[in-house]
Design a protein around this ligand. Structure first.
Ligand code: HEC
Length: 102
């Protein structure tokens, strides 16, 4: 009984966490599925023309992504990629890349 109650509380805490707080894990999943195709995770591949993201300032990454999303910064590729990101998605993926060591 006590164990059931405890696991219920843990589940609730996990749900609340993913709804509000910045989630490195969500950022990691998105980076692996989407961003890494061009930017890599720690490093773009040597001959790729894509800027490195790992270890960059999270605030910088967030503002760059918001500029791509609202098209004040132009890039056909990044306007398309950022167009579907929510504020939370942007915060998550920026937090993930910022804490990686390049
Ligand atoms: C299809 C290839 C592609 C994908 C996928 C992609 N990017 Fe990009 N990204 C680019 C290119 C090309 C640029 C350079 C655009 C420019 O000149 O502004 C760029 C630039 C950026 C920049 C600006 C870097 C700087 O130095 O100012 C950020 C931040 C960024 N991308 C984040 C992301 C994130 C986060 C994702 C995943 C959600 C992602 N990108 C997915 C191609 C891509």
């Amino acid at each position: 009984m006590q164990r059931l109650l405890l696991s219920g509380l843990l589940l609730l805490a996990a749900a609340a966490h993913s709804a509000n707080a910045t989630s490195i894990y969500a950022g990691q999943a998105r980076a692996a599925a989407v961003c890494s195709q061009c930017h890599g995770i720690r490093m773009p591949s040597a001959d790729a023309p894509f800027p490195q993201l790992a270890g960059r300032d999270a605030g910088y990454l967030q503002s760059a992504l918001k500029q791509y999303r609202d098209k004040t910064r132009k890039s056909d590729l990044m306007n398309a990629v950022a167009g579907s990101l929510s504020d939370d998605d942007i915060a998550n993926v920026a937090a993930y890349y910022a804490r990686l060591k390049p």
